[in-house]
Design a protein around this ligand. Sequence first.
Ligand SMILES: [Zn+2]
Length: 387
Amino acid sequence: MNKKPARPCEVCLNSKSAEILHRQSFILPQGHILEKAREYDIVSCNECGFVYADTPLKQKTYDSYYEKMSKYELDYSKADISRYMSQAKLIKSFLPHENLKVIDVGCGNGGLLMALKQLGQKNITALDPSVKCISNIKKAGIKGFTGNLFGNTGAEKYDMVILSHVMEHVKDVSRALDKVLNMLNENGMLYIEVPDASSYADNHVVPYYYFDTEHINHFEETSLINLGMHKGLRVINLGKKLIDASARVKYPAIYVLYKRTAETASWNSYAKARVKAYIKLSAADKKVLGTIDELLKIKKKIVIWGAGNYTMRLLDNSPLANCDIEAFIDKDPKKQGLKINGKPVLSTDIIGKLSPDTVIVICSAVYADEITAELKGMKVKNRIVTL
Ligand SMILES: [Zn+2]
């Protein structure tokens, strides 16, 4: 059944129509801040498919709930420590150097930051609404301040913003991402990790376990990719994991690493935009043409090592075919014996028999360095040119 949702889809901003997937309700403790959302629908956006809680509450109500109810001030268990360390190792692998500025927004007790610090990351900052959490983190020698995505986020810009198990709790997702963009340097990265809704069914616990009062967004790969596209955040890494929540429960999670770009897109324009960017880059790369001009000027016989796509394309799209080509060389026995533009493709045996005046032209997109090393090993005296 469809409805006009009380809450718009936070991925594509469609507010017209969503399909009701499930209605759930709880008896909450008296005076509970989320009382008005004790009953809500799990819906799916009829435009982009994003699944979310159609909660009637405002972001402000959730903000005050998390401020008062922070359960992240407790000490961590052993499982938590090893979980933070493996997450920190993953994030560290995305950070090209140790001085990049990193902020963990909604960092809770700071376990992830402490692990990043242990791994040698130097410029890290904690941000959390809990005064107690921030005070503990500062005692551990890490910078930090209190605030949240919709309040104080400071004036600094960062190379990486981390939102680990935060976005499933946020009502105004789109507005939150706009705030995050304000915190990011021009080419900054955003790491988001959330529960993976596409894997709930593979990790059943008790009925409706994954639909709770706090998790109001059910992201998976499609919605995370779409969400990024709308905001000019391009996915550069994405993966899934299972988190040991307890001895019997494994919690499915998904992480995505975005890079900030100037372009926004939508699911049906993204591939075209990215491939067009590649075509533009290829068209602008004219480095090889200068080398081919030099070859033409010296008017020597050449043999071309490499009879693959790179060579075949250059033969039809550059003056390479105007050079005095004696033969092609290729290690692939299936190519040996073929003729290109009337010249034979031969094995490397020909190299020892070349006249000393012949220039060996390496034309291989991938193996140019290996071929150069091999020619050196053969103590070849001929001039070598790499395209
Ligand atoms: Zn949508």
